[in-house]
Structures are given as C-alpha cells and as structure tokens.
Design a protein around this ligand. Structure first.
Ligand code: HEC
Ligand code: HEC
Ligand code: HEC
Ligand code: HEC
Ligand code: HEC
Ligand code: HEC
Ligand code: HEC
Length: 318
C-alpha cells in the first residue's frame, strides 16, 4: 500500500513539474527586437547624421510620412519583428542607397497566403474579395492590403475587451484617411475628387452618431458567410440606404459589426439581437420575447404572495 502511495506521489509531482515547465515555456516571450538603429531617425521629427563631404553633423526634418509611432508599433501583431525582417538590411546605412526605393516590399499575402497557421483569417478569400471590390476594379494591384492596413501597426480590429465604438473608430479611420476631402492619400491613387463625407451622407439623420456606431463597411460591403469582415466593397449605387436593413429584428448588423459578439451571446440571453444591447440602442433591432412573459410572471407572483399573506393573517387572527 505504502509503495503504491509513494509511486502515485511521484507520478503526481511529475505531472505537476511538467505542467509548470510547459506553462513557463508559454509565458516566456521573445525579447523585443532592438529597432533603435532605425527608430533613432524614423521615430522622431528630426534626424541627424554626419555629412561625409563637409565632415559636419547635420540636423534635418524627417518627412512626416516616414515617421513611425513606436508605441503603436509595439501594440501591433508584428511587434516581434525587426525592421530589417521586412526591409533590406542595406537600410542600416545612411544616406540610404537610391536603388532601395525600387526594391519590392513584402505584402501581407507574401507571408500569410496559403499559410495554414492563419487559416482562420481566410487571407486568400479576403484577397479575392479585394480584387473584385470597387477598389480592385478601379485600381487593380495598386490597391494593396497596405492601403488600409498599416503593416507597422496592424492590430486585430476585434477584441472582446474593445468597445464597439473603438472598433468602429479604428475601421472608419482606414477609410477616411482617403475618403475625405483633404486627404492626400486619396490623390496618391486617383485624380478624381475625394468627396466630402458630410455631403455624400447628408440623407442619413444623426450622421455623426451613425458614423460612431457603425463602420463604413456595414453599408458599403456585401454580407459574407465565411468571413468575419467582408472585404467586398461595392459601388456606391449598391450601398445600403434602406433604414430597415439595420433597424429591424433581422438587422444586418448581426451578420456584420456584431458577428463576433453575436456568436458569443446570441443564445445566452433571451434577447433578439441581445449582443447589440450592451453597446447601443438600435431602434427596432433589439427586442425581447421573454421580457413581457417574465414581467407577467413576476407580477402574478407578487400578487400571489400578497394573497397568501392576507390569507395567513385572516387564519392567524382566528
Ligand atoms: C540617419 C537617419 C536614418 C536612419 C538611421 C535610417 N533611416 Fe530610413 N530614412 C531616413 C530618411 C531621411 C529617409 C527619407 C528618404 C531619404 O532621405 O533617403 C528615409 C527613408 C526610408 C525608407 C523609405 C524609402 C522610400 O523612399 O520609400 C525606408 C523604408 C527606410 N528609410 C527604412 C529604414 C530602416 C529599416 C532603417 C533601419 C535599418 C533606417 N531606415 C534607418 C533616415 C534614416
Ligand atoms: C511586417 C513587415 C514590416 C515591418 C516589420 C516593418 N515594415 Fe516598414 N514597411 C513595410 C511595408 C509593406 C511598407 C510599404 C507600405 C506601403 O506601401 O504603404 C513599409 C514602409 C516603410 C516606410 C516608408 C513609409 C511609407 O509609408 O511608405 C518606412 C520609413 C518604414 N517602412 C520604416 C520601418 C521601420 C523603421 C521599421 C521598424 C521599426 C519597419 N518599417 C518595420 C513593411 C514592414
Ligand atoms: C514578413 C512577413 C509578414 C508580413 C509582410 C505580414 N505578416 Fe502578419 N504575421 C507574420 C508573422 C510571423 C506573424 C506571427 C507574429 C507573432 O505571433 O508574433 C503575423 C501575425 C499576423 C496576424 C495574426 C495575429 C493574431 O493575433 O493571431 C494577422 C491577422 C496578420 N499578421 C495580418 C497581417 C496583415 C494584414 C499584413 C499586411 C498589412 C501582414 N500580416 C503582413 C508575418 C507577416
Ligand atoms: C478598403 C480597405 C481594406 C482593404 C483594401 C483590406 N482590408 Fe482587411 N479589413 C478592413 C477593415 C475595415 C477591417 C475590419 C477592422 C479590422 O479588423 O481591422 C479588416 C479586417 C481584416 C482582417 C481581420 C478579420 C478578422 O477575422 O477579424 C484581416 C485578416 C484582413 N482584414 C486582411 C486583409 C488582407 C489580407 C487584405 C489584402 C488582400 C486586406 N485585408 C485588405 C479593410 C480593408
Ligand atoms: C488608399 C485610399 C483609399 C482607402 C483607404 C479607401 N478608399 Fe475607397 N476609393 C479610393 C479610390 C481612389 C477610389 C476610386 C475613385 C475613382 O473612381 O477614381 C475609391 C472608391 C470607393 C467607392 C466607390 C465610389 C463610387 O463612386 O462608386 C466606395 C464606395 C469606397 N471607395 C468606399 C471605401 C470604404 C468603405 C473604405 C474603407 C473600408 C475605403 N473606400 C478605403 C481610395 C481609398
Ligand atoms: C448607413 C449606411 C452608410 C454608412 C454608415 C456609410 N455610407 Fe457611404 N454611402 C452610403 C450610400 C447609400 C451612398 C450612396 C449615396 C448616394 O448615391 O446618394 C454612399 C456613398 C458613399 C461614397 C461615394 C460618394 C462619394 O463621396 O464619392 C463613398 C466614397 C462613401 N459613401 C464612403 C463612406 C465612408 C468612408 C464611410 C464611413 C466613414 C461611409 N461611406 C459610411 C451609405 C453609407
Ligand atoms: C448600417 C446600419 C444602419 C442603417 C442603414 C441605419 N441606421 Fe440608424 N442607427 C444605427 C445604429 C447602430 C444606431 C444606434 C446608435 C447608438 O445609439 O449607439 C442608430 C440610431 C438611429 C437613430 C437614433 C438617433 C439618436 O439621435 O438617438 C435614428 C433616429 C436612426 N438611427 C434613424 C435611421 C434612419 C432614418 C435610417 C435610414 C435613412 C437609418 N437610421 C439607417 C444603424 C443604422
């Protein structure tokens, strides 16, 4: 008996040791890459270098488009990367060689296409949708994923801890970086006019509130069964203008913006479109089957207690 207990003890401590070792393995993070060599120039408004011709140290203004926000870089999904994992190591010397400008850059699909590790994101399907979207049709390969997703800062839009308003703001900033009047980025691609969003959407009441509560893609892309985020942005004539598409019990928001949340909580509560209720009140879209029933039951229960109470009093008095 004793030996049995002893070997059981050894077995248990073995398992314990294994568990602690493996869990330690997981919590051990790779040290952050040292990108100081690049960020000492690309992290600031000014940079300095030694002018080899005059032998003097010079200070210059950095092109604002070439400045990286270190903090945002560290929050992104690629924060374990050194700059020269994606950019050529020749960038370590300054002045940068002129031909570096001509070097093709890695796109998202170069690393993620066909990679089973990322199957759940459906990169290949997204890529096909982008090709067939208004942008793909008008601009072809020039309209890369990077037009919307900054590889330096890319962070998953959805997270349980993020409020819908935050998710919406991040997604909409991608579009308004181009689709607003004064946005130069638009003119990198097109000679037509980047419209004014206030005018184009003047038909929508409470436009400010709507733009805070829904993403542009809710109205501008088709619903996708397999993708969490549909990338098929359609021409303006096919955009959603009908209020009932959202303001109804089978609101399209449940298959778009609230798709993640919906998966988690649709069946948890008795609410129709309950996932929405935590974050906003969408007239017509959130209702509850059971609320009425529950209130009637509660009401009758209270009524019964009062009756019972009265009954006891009468009995006890006697
Ligand atoms: C001494 C300052 C300095 C350092 C260090 C530096 N850069 Fe630059 N970099 C610049 C400046 C200034 C530009 C603007 C174009 C130019 O002057 O060549 C630039 C441009 C670039 C560009 C844009 C090229 C283009 O025209 O599209 C990339 C990419 C780049 N740097 C990457 C890097 C990387 C990666 C590192 C680190 C390995 C690095 N740089 C280190 C100053 C620097
Ligand atoms: C995951 C790959 C990746 C990593 C890591 C990366 N870059 Fe880039 N970088 C790119 C791509 C792709 C572009 C071109 C973006 C575009 O076409 O809009 C780019 C563009 C740039 C530019 C030119 C600015 C612009 O918007 O065109 C600079 C400067 C730059 N990177 C610096 C850096 C520095 C500094 C680091 C490290 C802190 C770094 N990059 C890390 C992929 C990367
Ligand atoms: C040079 C290769 C490379 C490029 C280019 C690249 N990625 Fe990644 N990406 C990676 C690697 C490696 C990881 C895993 C990083 C980690 O786990 O630390 C990753 C992670 C991810 C993840 C998973 C995040 C998670 O939480 O599971 C997403 C989504 C992603 N990248 C999207 C993109 C997008 C969008 C682009 C283009 C803007 C892009 N990647 C460009 C290599 C790349
Ligand atoms: C017109 C802008 C635009 C373009 C172009 C674009 N995306 Fe997106 N993408 C978005 C928006 C908006 C979201 C939702 C917010 C988020 O998750 O970051 C998103 C989300 C994603 C997600 C997260 C999906 C999930 O499961 O949560 C991935 C992965 C992604 N895009 C990959 C790509 C790839 C790969 C390309 C190029 C083939 C691309 N995107 C091109 C706008 C764009
Ligand atoms: C890099 C800049 C850029 C980004 C980012 C961008 N777009 Fe575009 N978009 C364009 C350009 C350029 C056109 C084509 C204009 C033309 O026809 O010349 C266009 C066309 C469109 C059209 C068609 C307009 C029409 O006249 O039919 C819609 C709708 C649209 N974009 C919506 C979006 C949405 C929604 C997002 C965000 C998910 C987005 N765009 C992100 C640049 C951009
Ligand atoms: C409630 C639905 C809805 C939302 C949200 C919405 N749009 Fe639209 N948008 C439309 C409709 C409908 C049209 C077509 C209007 C028309 O033709 O009268 C349109 C037109 C457009 C056009 C083409 C007209 C032009 O200015 O060139 C662009 C681009 C556009 N929207 C971008 C955006 C962007 C960017 C956002 C997010 C900041 C957004 N939309 C949010 C429904 C919406
Ligand atoms: C893409 C989905 C969508 C479409 C299309 C849409 N709405 Fe909304 N609407 C919302 C959401 C989400 C809210 C909730 C905002 C909040 O309170 O967070 C809202 C709120 C409202 C409100 C309340 C505003 C307030 O000041 O409290 C009104 C009124 C409204 N919508 C009217 C309309 C009308 C009229 C149309 C059609 C012309 C329309 N909506 C189209 C999603 C939509």
């Amino acid at each position: 008996m004793k030996t049995r207990l002893f070997s059981l003890g050894i077995l248990l401590s073995g398992i314990l040791l294994f568990v602690t070792l493996t869990s330690q393995d997981q919590s051990e993070e790779a040290p952050p890459p040292d990108n100081y060599e690049c960020l000492k120039c690309h992290g600031k408004n000014y940079y300095s270098f030694e002018n080899e011709v005059t032998g003097m140290k010079v200070h210059k203004k950095m092109n604002p488009y070439f400045i990286l926000n270190h903090q945002k870089y560290n929050q992104g999904v690629h924060n374990s990367f050194a700059c020269i994992d994606c950019h050529l190591p020749e960038y370590e010397t300054y002045p940068h060689a002129a031909e570096l400008k001509l070097e093709p850059q890695y796109g998202c699909m170069d690393c993620h296409g066909d990679d089973p590790n990322y199957a759940k994101f459906h990169f290949d399907e997204i890529s096909i949708e982008v090709e067939g979207s208004v942008h793909g049709n008008a601009l072809g390969d020039d309209f890369k994923c990077e037009m919307c997703h900054n590889p330096h800062y890319y962070e998953l839009g959805y997270s349980k801890d993020k409020r819908i308003e935050e998710i919406v703001a991040t997604a909409n900033n991608m579009c308004t970086e181009c689709h607003n009047y004064s946005q130069d980025k638009f003119y990198l691609l097109s000679d037509s006019c980047a419209g004014n969003q206030d005018i184009t959407h003047s038909w929508l009441p409470s436009k400010e509130l709507h733009f805070k509560s829904v993403r542009c893609i809710e109205c501008h892309s088709t619903i996708s069964d397999s993708l969490i985020v549909s990338h098929n942005i359609v021409e303006k004539e096919s955009a959603v203008k009908n209020c009932v598409e959202c303001h109804s019990t089978d609101s399209r928001l449940m298959s778009t913006l609230y798709k993640h949340r919906a998966k988690e909580s649709r069946s948890k509560f008795g609410f129709i479109n309950g996932a929405m209720m935590n974050e906003s009140f969408v007239v017509g879209a959130t209702k509850n089957y059971y609320l009425n029933v529950i209130s009637i039951v509660l009401f009758s229960f209270v009524f019964l207690i009062i009756l019972f109470h009265a009954f006891l009093r009468i009995i006890l008095k006697k």
